[in-house]
Write a protein that binds this ligand. Structure first.
Ligand code: NAD
Length: 471
């Protein structure tokens, strides 16, 4: 068998990964027809919207979709039609942490991957390369192979590849256009290697050959979990040090700078914060914990679990510091929370630290006003309801408001909490904000974003993560 020719690609799942990833493939490979499908009609409608009101916010994404949509990029709910036509199918569906049952709270819910795989088997009438794009536990490709082979039609045969996605939300397009690496895992059989070459050739349209890594299937699957676990571990490590800084008067920025100068460590991802969020870090570490436990490696499981526990501790520690500083009670006090997304340059709120912090504030009976430049108001209400099931929406709305701008959010507040590192917060009119606030006016910088000396000069009492006695 020679290298399969790919002229039509289908991507199952039009989310944060499937959408941008396949839009960039369409941009870089005008000779390939790319169809992104989803069961969620509203999501597909948004991708197809005439005013390009796309379902996700990502810098540069709109330009890519404008350049390709209707040319060689299509969005559709016709999952079966796209599967039938495709030579290569990305499975880019969600793999959230299981909420109930065996492995609840740790294991990945593979229900969506299995359903998509079964659909491929039922529909395909010719050979397909099936690519795991979703982040999955090690050896999931094996389950996919069994499902595909058991349900396939006579003329269909399948090669399975793992091609995990390493993009970061907020920089997805630049990450996709010039990735650090593209990882492709395949079985080391002749057919597996040929399928791997077919996918490599697609990426080779814009990714330098030395950045396209080809490895075994299981290494590829595990590498994705490992990469996220190591990134999150760095954040938990610097956050653990930030607690020591606050207790001793050391400054976490100075410490991070000093250790980051060591070329073995490097300067990136050493920013202390209120804690990591996003749909992936926690989920993928918990997945690794579950995998380790399933493999009877309890010490390994405990090691990775601690990364998540440190993250939860950091959020609790931050809230406690706010309460202690505001004279040990925040009952009835107004706190402005600037930022609700889990990081800047995205509207995604999944596992955002802001949600947990606001939940704690609500439990302390504070009044909270939220401002975020990207997050939809409906999403904020949904997140707060989900995180506080004992509160009705009415009760939540008695304690929480959403403001149209930062200045309004801070009116009559006793404290401002910076929860997301949106650049626009740096250049706010802090003098005007100070004038509007109750005094003493506190700022809790959970992202080490603002110039604390400048704000202190205005009159604020500034308290930043990982910096000792500023207040
Ligand atoms: P998402 O929830 O935004 O998108 C998944 C989409 O798949 C949803 O729109 C859902 O409706 C659709 N879907 C589910 N089952 C389907 C089916 N059978 N047929 C058609 N559509 C179906 O998720 P996401 O953030 O894009 O993540 C997808 C995968 O990529 C996950 O495994 C995630 O861990 C991984 N990942 C995410 C990121 C990230 O930054 N979000 C980065 C790297 C990897």
């Amino acid at each position: 068998m020679s290298v399969p020719k790919v002229s039509k690609i289908c991507c199952i799942g039009a989310g944060y990964v499937g959408g941008p990833t396949c839009a960039v493939i369409a941009l870089k490979c005008p000779h390939i027809q790319v169809t992104i499908v989803d069961l969620n009609q509203a999501r597909i409608d948004a991708w197809n919207s005439s005013d390009f009101n796309l379902p996700i916010y990502e810098p540069g994404l709109e330009d890519v979709v404008r350049a390709t949509r209707g040319r060689n990029l299509f969005f559709s709910t016709d999952v079966d039609g796209a599967i039938r036509a495709a030579d290569l199918i990305f499975v880019s569906v969600n793999t959230p942490t299981k909420k109930t049952g065996i492995g609840a709270g740790y294991a990945a819910d593979l229900n969506y991957v299995e359903k998509a795989t079964r659909r491929i088997a039922q529909i395909a009438t010719s050979s397909k390369i099936v690519v795991e794009k979703s982040t999955v536990p090690c050896r999931t490709a094996e389950s996919m192979r069994v499902i595909l082979e058991a349900n396939s039609k006579p003329d269909a045969r399948f090669d399975i590849l793992s091609n995990p996605e390493f993009l970061a939300e907020g920089t997805a397009i630049s990450d996709l256009v010039s990735p650090d690496r593209v990882l492709i895992g395949s079985l080391q059989t002749h057919e597996g290697k040929e399928a791997c070459k077919a996918l490599s050739e697609i990426y080779a349209n814009w990714v330098p050959q030395e950045r396209i890594l080809t490895v075994g299937l299981w290494s590829s699957e595990l590498s994705k979990l490992a990469a996220n676990a190591m990134l999150a571990q760095r954040i938990s490590s610097i956050n653990a040090l930030s607690a020591i800084c606050e207790a001793t008067g050391a400054n976490i920025d100075e410490v991070a700078h000093a250790i980051g100068k060591d070329t073995r460590i490097g300067p990136k991802f050493l920013k202390a914060s209120v804690g990591f969020g996003g749909s992936c870090f926690q989920k993928d570490i918990l997945n690794l914990v579950y995998l380790s436990e399933s493999l009877h490696l309890p010490e390994v499981a405990a090691y990775w679990r601690q990364v998540v526990e440190m993250n939860e501790y950091q959020k609790r520690r931050f809230t406690r510091h706010v309460v202690d500083t505001l004279f040990k009670t925040i009952t009835g006090k107004r706190i402005a929370v600037l930022g609700f997304a889990f990081k800047a340059d995205t509207g995604d709120t999944r596992e955002s630290a802001a949600i947990t912090i606001i939940k704690h504030f609500m439990e302390e009976k504070a009044l909270v006003t939220i401002y975020d430049p990207q997050v939809e108001h409906e999403q904020i209400w949904m997140d707060l309801q989900e995180v506080s099931p004992t509160f009705t929406l009415q009760q939540i709305k008695r304690q929480v408001q959403i403001a149209p701008c930062a200045l309004d959010a801070c009116a009559e507040a006793e404290a401002v909490v910076i929860a997301t590192e949106w650049k626009e917060f740096i250049t706010l009119d802090w003098e005007a904000i100070y004038e509007q606030m109750s005094k003493p006016a506190f700022i809790f910088d959970g992202r080490l974003l603002v110039d604390s000396a400048k704000l202190a000069k205005i009159g604020f009492k500034v308290s930043s993560i990982g910096r000792g006695a500023e207040v």
